[in-house]
Design a protein around this ligand. Structure first.
Ligand code: HEC
Ligand code: HEC
Ligand code: HEC
Length: 345
């Protein structure tokens, strides 16, 4: 369902955007914000560059395929509170010096990343998610969450058998420094991206200094599940809220036509509707409804809960799980829970 936002970007000229009809208002704001902030001074947002010109001059990771790589939710949260992902910066030699026993990092040259306010981060995350220049690579991957390894064996594969630990850290301050840390990869990266990157790093980045090692399909799946298992509880919580992201998307596609962009009931269809769509930010009303009632209204339509039939039934379009996600999403919009002490209206 992803429509790719087409971005026309003159190399040094102003950014001109042609977005698909599907790009949300937020994404459009996000692109504008990135242009204003000159994020492209360090990031390639434009698209593929030839193997010849992609030198080691780049100052930040490529973002033109961000939608294929990152979890949207992670982008939003990281931009507000950036942590260091590449311990030695985008290109390690820029931040390395000779030392007594071995080369060491020059921490003084590693600058903190620009930090964004919540709304800007949200819009940028929406915008970056539209950039999917490498769909073809992730679409052929089939992640299998069941192909796990016991952690001891996983450590062994990652370190001794395949030598990944040489360049990647698996916990803060443990492991190699020339590659991105992998203990937050579970929240950061889509599993299909990880599979594809491990399969062929140079397909993602011509000049990636990660070697290409032939692993069996099974070992690749196990390695990705091992990387996911490195996540701390905090990181796992971030992954879980990705479920909320899909509810937000469903809400955008199915509900905003009537309930409106901000959920207040003023969608484009609302003008001539006899009964106005419910304002989902109205906590006073929504406190009087149980989650089960909201679920039923969404699944079976307004008339199933003695409300207007203008509220359509969604049970044949959305799964129960998706509808549960929407109930949670509405609870976020009203910032309220069912309160039995409030009498029903
Ligand atoms: C001065 C250069 C510079 C500018 C300007 C800059 N970035 Fe970055 N950005 C970086 C570097 C370097 C990293 C890698 C950080 C790390 O690995 O710890 C990064 C990482 C990121 C990441 C995470 C990607 C990843 O895999 O690490 C995102 C998302 C991002 N930047 C977005 C933005 C946005 C949006 C802007 C504009 C508001 C911006 N950046 C401006 C240098 C820059
Ligand atoms: C010689 C160093 C090196 C070795 C060995 C290595 N990697 Fe990497 N790896 C890298 C670098 C560098 C990158 C990021 C390159 C870039 O950003 O373009 C990377 C990226 C990745 C990524 C994507 C992370 C991200 O944030 O984009 C994954 C997943 C990964 N490696 C897994 C592995 C696994 C699994 C192994 C062992 C089979 C391995 N790597 C071995 C250097 C290495
Ligand atoms: C065609 C317009 C339309 C669409 C599309 C629509 N709704 Fe509604 N919705 C309404 C109307 C009208 C009401 C008010 C019904 C009433 O108060 O009698 C309503 C009421 C509701 C209510 C409140 C029920 C109650 O207990 O008062 C919920 C919850 C709700 N909608 C959720 C959704 C969700 C979730 C979606 C998207 C999957 C959605 N609606 C899509 C028109 C729509």
């Amino acid at each position: 369902m992803n429509t790719i936002a087409k971005i026309v970007y003159g190399a040094f000229a102003a950014m001109a955007l042609l977005w698909s009809v599907n790009a949300s208002a937020g994404a459009v704001e996000g692109f504008k914000f990135m242009e204003k902030q000159a994020c492209a001074a360090c990031h390639n947002i434009t698209g593929e560059v030839s193997a010849k010109t992609v030198g080691l001059w780049r100052k930040g990771p490529a973002l033109y395929y961000a939608g294929d790589k990152y979890n949207q939710n992670w982008i939003e949260s990281w931009l507000q509170k950036p942590t260091r992902i590449r311990p030695s910066g985008e290109f390690y030699l820029d931040h390395t010096q000779t030392g007594v026993k071995w080369n060491t990092l020059r921490h003084d040259s590693l600058k903190p990343h620009v930090k964004l306010a919540a709304l800007d981060a949200r819009n940028v995350a929406l915008a970056l998610t539209e950039l999917r220049a490498k769909d073809a690579l992730v679409n052929v991957e089939h992640y299998n969450a069941d192909m796990t390894v016991p952690s001891g064996l996983g450590d062994m594969m990652f370190d001794k058998v395949n030598g990944c630990l040489a360049c990647h850290s698996i916990e803060p301050n443990y492991g190699g420094l020339s590659g991105p840390e992998l203990y937050t990869a579970a929240a950061r990266l889509k599993p299909e991206y990880m599979l594809s990157y491990i399969r062929n790093p140079q397909a993602w980045n011509h000049k990636s200094w990660m070697p290409r090692r032939e692993l069996s399909e099974e070992d690749m799946q196990k390695t990705v599940n091992y990387i996911i298992s490195l996540a701390s509880d905090k990181t796992k919580a971030l992954m879980k809220s990705d479920v909320d992201q899909s509810a937000a998307k469903d809400y955008r596609v199915y509900c905003m036509q009537c309930h409106g962009i901000s959920g207040t009931g003023s969608g484009i269809n609302s003008r001539d509707m006899e009964v106005p769509p419910r304002n989902h930010s109205d906590s006073k009303y929504l406190r009087t409804r149980t989650d089960a009632e909201l679920f039923k209204a969404i699944k079976e339509g307004g008339s199933s809960v003695s409300k207007s039939a203008l509220m359509p039934p969604w049970g044949r379009v959305l799964s129960d799980g998706e509808i549960k996600g929407l109930v949670k999403h509405i609870r976020k919009l009203c910032n309220c829970k069912f309160d039995s002490s409030k009498s029903k209206q």
